[in-house]
Design a protein around this ligand. Structure first.
Ligand code: NAG
Length: 127
């Protein structure tokens, strides 16, 4: 009796331990969106910047620039392309301007030349 109870508790603990890293990683990927505000805001605006970046010399360099974008709190998504030396950065509308984006690239390495060549706002409806 005593033994099986302990086994059950151990099992429950190990289940919760294995489940949480997954939850954390889902959260990091932005798949779980905090539900505290979503009931009030049914529509949100996403601002997208298309950036031309000169001087990306490797795939890893592109990833470092992407990591820099993703570290900003209001960046929703970013992609950096080594192939055509450009990036696409989506942010919560009204939080950043093109100068911010260009500065972030310079902060990774001053050798990069960054220029926002396109900027648009998209409205996304939430469920
Ligand atoms: C670079 O390539 C990607 C994917 O191939 C594309 O989505 C993006 O628009 C391109 N960038 C520019 C500036 O054309």
């Amino acid at each position: 009796m005593q033994g099986s109870k302990r086994t059950l508790i151990t099992l429950l603990i190990s289940i919760s331990l294995t489940a949480s890293p997954e939850l954390i990683s889902l959260h990091n990927q932005g798949k779980i969106i905090s539900s505290t505000n979503s009931k009030e805001i049914l529509v949100r605006e996403i601002e997208t910047f298309v950036v031309e970046i000169n001087g990306i010399s490797c795939e890893g360099c592109a990833n470092r620039i992407k990591a820099q974008f993703d570290s900003k709190p209001f960046v929703i998504d970013s992609k950096v392309y080594f192939k055509n030396q450009s990036a696409i950065v989506s942010v919560k509308s009204g939080t950043y301007n093109s100068n911010d984006i260009e500065t972030w690239v310079k902060m990774v390495d001053f050798k990069y030349g960054a220029k926002v060549i396109q900027q648009y706002i998209k409205t996304v409806e939430e469920e």
